[in-house]
Design a protein around this ligand. Sequence first.
Ligand code: PMP
Length: 438
Amino acid sequence: MTDRNVALFDSARAVIPGGVNSPVRAYGSVGGTPRFLASASGARVTDAAGREYIDLVASWGPALLGHTHPEVVQAVQDAATRGLSFGAPTEGEVELAQMIAERVRHGEARPVERVRLVSTGTEATMTAIRLARGATGRDLLVKFAGHYHGHSDGLLAAAGSGVATLALPGSAGVPAPIAAQTLVIDYNDPDALAAVFAEHGDRIAAVIVEAASANMGVVPPLPGFNRLIAETAHAHGALMILDEVLTGFRVHAAGFWGLQQEAGEQYLPDIITFGKVIGGGMPLAALGGRAEIMDQLAPLGPVYQAGTLSGNPLSVAAGIATLRLATPEVYARVDAAADRLADALDAALTDAGVVHAVPRAGSLFGVVFAPETPRDYAAAQAQESLRYAPFFHAMREQGIALPPSVFEAWFLTAAHGDEELSAIEAALPLAAAAAASA
Ligand code: PMP
């Protein structure tokens, strides 16, 4: 009998390009058939053939509390009975914006005075860039090779995530004049940063950076690098856009990982983008910043941005419920689980004699088949990535669902308890042996 996943993938490919609605879901680099998921609860997902997996994808980040948290589901159901979408402001949007603005702080610093809600991380970064251009009157954007900020035209150059998995230089369909507005430099490279500003400083509107890069595998910023970006940009009249779509509210209760991470090296980005966790698994993202910048958005200012479903009441309800439940205890639990799994992963690969590193950024971690944590995209790409496919499939056969690419982080949730962590630990030696023989 054909596996139901295989049958569904055949049907999907006949009507959906590549059978998936987002390329990272395809098993492009690991081979095989994607699992069509039918349901999820806590730390587990169930596929269309009824097979259950312990999940380390967490919907690519949003499921901080675990899947289908009863209070989040209840909040969405209650919101649904009141109305699916109004196209008018709602009380919930005010509450969620206040929660984000209040939580994002470090000491006295309050970098988010205003918040605009949108539906996807792509919209958040796209709008942040337009806003930075509008606010500075400049066109050029600096981004880092291997960083992913969504799929808008100017941001696909040397991008991470699915673009890295498919080993693409960028995307077809981006007009050359638009691509030319993005200057791509190496991550964690102070000289490259200095050089790009020395050459183009008075034409650069903004630098966009992931708070810690997690879309070329996990590659944390070198100490002081985020601060250096802020200082360099500000010295030239440019803005710093800190992309916390993935890291925001996932690795710290204060939401604002980039700043927290460098306590004592305080710096202030100008615009911060959020997504994933703040929508609790529903389509929701946001950008925030100081009033003087954010109020340049329409209807107050000349920078236009809009959305029929922006601040959707169901998404907002999921976000409020999630942030209420995302207590410091939740983060402590996820951190402890990450410590435990990262150690187990490291030990299993060491025992199997596989050259590897286990890079960490807060509770984010992953595997790199290279002797040390890469500091930039070139180093991430130079690893022995062919070892990942057998590792991934060996884990999957043992009921553990990892992200289907070595260039993605592993995501834990507060629902990963001792039972799940022990099961993952027990599965690692076989997978490490599979990686060793690749
Ligand atoms: N920025 C970062 C850092 C991301 O990781 C992602 C998605 N993984 C995005 C932006 C884009 O978000 P979305 O997929 O919701 O458009």
